[in-house]
Design a binder for this molecule. Structure first.
Ligand code: SF4
Length: 242
């Protein structure tokens, strides 16, 4: 049995035991299962990020939080990141930036997103996260099943290449999320009140219309709903050849 198959079996077993677990229980399990210092939280500091980060801060505000600063984000997101870090007392938030030489070579005019979103996301998101995760054995993210599409059936734990990947919020509903915001007094992303239900890079984010899925405003009119960091088998630390 290969290492990947072994990790897959371990993830499947963990997932069975965590089927009805709360977000905090999933995070606590992640901390127990992954060697000390080898577990990372990944956050976009988007409209729903405060909920996962609140649970993380309750368990251990010193866990490393990786934030992809693509260079194409809204200023409001950067301000919100700083506000949430202060509000929750997070002590190890790391901003990951794309390699300057790679961006200069592949996207000198910063318009690659117009012609090739796969490559743009690769150099600005997938590659930096892949490189950073080389220093970790597990990661935690904030995807929810109610987002639909590829997220509709995500488990609490899955194997992601050589890493264990934890989805503590998988089973939460939109209403659950709102309840946490209200009961904990969490600040909202400033763009939410302007109609953005999901916020990523500026060129690839639009407002969501009444009745649309939460992520409908991302890569609108393109056959795309994810940037690539959530495709199974992210080659952490392996580089990507670009
Ligand atoms: S979301 Fe858009 S701008 Fe951001 S990295 Fe992907 S293609 Fe580029």
């Amino acid at each position: 049995m290969s290492v990947i198959e072994t990790l897959g079996s371990r993830a499947a077993h963990l997932n069975t035991t965590l089927e009805s677990a709360s977000p905090v229980e999933v995070i606590e399990t992640a901390i127990r299962m992954v060697p000390a210092g080898r577990l990372a939280i990944v956050s976009s500091f988007g409209t729903e990020s405060a909920v996962l980060l609140k649970y993380v801060s309750d368990v251990d505000p010193g866990l490393p939080v990786l934030f992809l600063d693509t260079g194409m984000l809204f200023e409001e997101t950067l301000d919100y990141r700083d506000r949430l870090v202060d509000f929750l007392g997070l002590t190890d938030v790391r901003s990951l930036k794309p390699q300057i030489d790679l961006v200069e070579r592949r996207d000198p005019d910063r318009d690659l997103w117009l012609s090739d979103t796969d490559s743009c996301c690769h150099i600005r998101k997938v590659r930096p996260l892949s490189d950073a995760l080389g220093a970790f054995d597990g990661w935690v993210n904030g995807r929810k099943r109610f987002h639909g599409d590829a997220r509709a059936s995500i488990p609490h734990v899955e194997a992601d290449g050589r890493l264990l990947k934890f989805n503590p919020l998988a089973a939460l509903s939109r209403k659950d999320m709102d309840t946490v915001f209200e009961t904990e007094g969490l600040p909202r992303h400033p763009l939410e009140k302007l109609g953005f239900s999901s916020v990523g890079c500026m060129p690839c984010t639009s407002r969501t219309l009444e009745g649309e899925a939460p992520r409908a405003g991302r890569w609108r009119n393109q056959n795309r709903s994810e940037c690539g960091i959530h495709r199974i088998g992210l080659p952490a630390g392996a580089g990507c050849g670009c």
